[in-house]
Ligand binder design. Structure first.
Ligand code: AQP
Length: 334
């Protein structure tokens, strides 16, 4: 069976962007049944930017609770945190020696996150895409569901696989397919339609957190930036209207519908009318998830048990692939 891998960083609370762009798709791919699904809390990626240790532990457990509350079943998917499967970091070292500095320098996430002071960014932040390639390729995963922002990193993953196979004259690592689908592959900030919704945006009003209560969700949507025009009846009427497009995309993704279908129904409505409808749908879809997350978080020992079990299963897949990689590279392993 083809294998799916994807991950989310426990670098803060889950946002609606993570949910619609990634997690909801992870659930779809699990439920679809034609893939073996492997999902990871990438704590080693999170620390490429300093994290408070207690908050990291909490965010990792909360993310695990989020996965389960959103519909990931630890009996049907492998669910674990990256640092408990050391094979990721071991393969990443080899990939550090395959990937080129120039490839990393071109990554927009590196440029955005390192900012002007690249000399002071961590070496881990620079090498982030090589670890990500290892996360995927240590399972020989063929399909990777992600949001639009990760497209460039997935191209680099393909480049790493191609160069490794070429350098060692093997046909060992698969060339992975990004799966970037649905109405909300790039959810934007509620305050600025040109910026992506992000966990680490300093403005809490810019995002919907999966732990926000109904009143907070309604308030954030009410205050979301829009333009004065009514909703168009066709998708092309959203061109040059990033904030309007974002709210329609969010609605379509939450409703499991398409932008065209949403506009056919909502075209002509003012935002004063559409926003309460959107809030109601958002609360209807998100409240059961946040309630279940809170319930699961009351038993952190159970979450740790689930993560430990997932790590054991993940290692069973990763160990032989790392051993074979070591053999190919010329390392002695017994
Ligand atoms: N705004 C978004 N719209 C659609 N998809 C998104 N993703 C993130 N933001 C959006 C997708 O969520 C998955 C996990 O992302 P991540 O946690 O690994 O890191 P990120 O992309 O850097 O997310 P954040 O929220 O912006 O975190 P910080 O602020 O820490 O950098 C990925 O599949 C991503 O595409």
């Amino acid at each position: 069976t083809p294998r799916v891998f994807s991950g989310i960083q426990p670098s803060g609370g889950l946002t609606l962007g993570n949910y619609l762009g990634a997690m909801k798709r992870f659930v779809d791919m699990q439920d679809e049944g034609s893939f073996q699904t492997v999902y990871c809390m990438v704590d080693q990626h999170a620390i490429t930017v300093w994290q408070d240790p207690e908050k990291l532990r909490h965010a990792t457990r909360e993310l695990c609770a989020g996965f389960i509350a959103a519909g990931i079943d630890p009996d049907r998917s492998i669910l674990f945190n990256q640092s408990q499967v050391p094979e990721h970091a071991q393969l990443a070292w080899i990939f550090n020696c395959v990937a080129r500095m120039g490839w990393m320098q071109r990554m927009t996430q590196w440029k955005d996150k390192a900012g002007k002071n690249q000399q002071n960014a961590s070496l881990g932040l620079f090498a982030y895409p090589a670890l990500m390639a290892a996360d995927i390729l240590i399972y020989h995963a063929t399909h990777v569901p992600v949001g639009e922002d990760q497209k460039q990193h997935l191209e680099l993953t393909r480049d790493v696989a191609i160069k490794f196979n070429h350098d060692y004259g093997v046909d060992f690592f698969p060339i992975t397919e990004p799966v970037i689908e649905g109405a909300a592959t790039r959810v934007m900030s509620l305050r600025d339609g040109s910026k992506k919704m992000s966990k680490s945006d300093p403005s809490d009003a810019s995002r919907i957190n999966m732990t926000d209560d109904a009143d907070t969700i309604a308030k954030k949507i009410r205050k979301a930036k829009t333009d004065p025009d009514a909703l168009p009846s066709e998708a092309k009427g959203l061109e040059d209207r990033p904030e309007a497009r974002n709210l329609v995309n969010i609605y379509a993704a939450l409703a499991d519908s398409s932008v065209d279908a949403v506009l056919a129904e909502m075209g002509g409505k003012q935002f004063s009318e559409f926003k309460p409808i959107l809030s109601e749908l958002a609360v209807e879809k998100l409240a059961p998830i946040s309630t279940e997350m809170a319930r699961l978080m009351q038993d952190p020992a159970e979450i740790d048990r689930i993560l430990g079990h997932g790590a054991t299963q993940a290692r069973e897949l990763a160990t032989p692939i790392l051993k074979k990689t070591y053999d190919i590279v010329g390392m002695i392993s017994s």
